[in-house]
Design a protein around this ligand. Sequence first.
Ligand code: ATP
Length: 311
Amino acid sequence: MTANVIDIDDLRCIYGTFEAVRGISLQVGQGELFALLGTNGAGKTTTVEALEGLHRPASGRVRVLGLDPVRDRAALRPRTGVMLQKGGFSDALTVRETLELWRSFTARPRPAAEALELVSLTGKDKVAVSQLSGGEGRRLELALAVLGRPELLFLDEPTTGMDPASRRQTWTVIRRLQEEGSTVVLTTHYLEEAESLADRVAIMKTGEIVTVGAPDTVVRTLPARITFKVPADVPQLPDLGRGAQTAGDQVTYESHDLQADLTELLAWANGNAITLHGLAARPASLEDVFMEIATDDDAADHDQERTEATR
Ligand code: ATP
């Protein structure tokens, strides 16, 4: 069995007297793309900083590629790539000069042309960094993060500020890096990004992991929804197991078996010659799960329940 690239056991992180990370445990396997999601202030950055060796845990055990990220930081640094929320390159240099500067202190770097091609900045090599658009600047940061072909790549909100086309292009780059063998830890507030890219996601709230699993497994913990406009002159709507909820002119059913419930609903409508205006059926999304966690004041109490459900 391949050893985990990341192994966290009961990690606690404290600022002064404030406990920002409250005893989380997590493993990420080799080649996996893992997305860490959560509300603002949930503890994602603190967790990632503990993995990068930038934050010394109050207690618990953290191993990255089998090493202690604080004690073995020098050994780990060349094996990992980091794309921070705010990059730190000099505005005075061109794109090419920036890449060459970073290549000069990277062990076994990619050729500059390959790095530029990877993030589709080939035509921008002579442009000053200060003149890049926000999205192009993020792509240059990604190129710098992957210059040393890292075994483990940390991407902190990599597509913030990008237009939808650049975002999708960046997803393609991230998938390519994963295909090259990199393990990727991603933090993002774009839930469709996590849904599209991640093998597994964890959702954090107030320093704890509320749920973890493959995106579709996490999403399946919530029911799908069937909606339509309240039909005129119908004395009794069908029950479909859980009963209809009516709000204004809208009927909603929650469903754990969309095909069976839709079949029953359509048979009822056909049998009674009823037209279901505005009929829509939609599975739950990661955003629905996120919103339920974000707005649930007792989320931590359901932690055990959800973790069991998504195993
Ligand atoms: P966001 O999505 O907003 O970036 P996050 O999940 O990354 O949030 P963290 O940055 O890890 O959250 O912060 C977790 C908590 O720790 C927050 O309440 C934050 O205010 C607090 N915190 C972070 N850094 C410090 C610090 N240096 N000193 C004191 N408190 C801090």
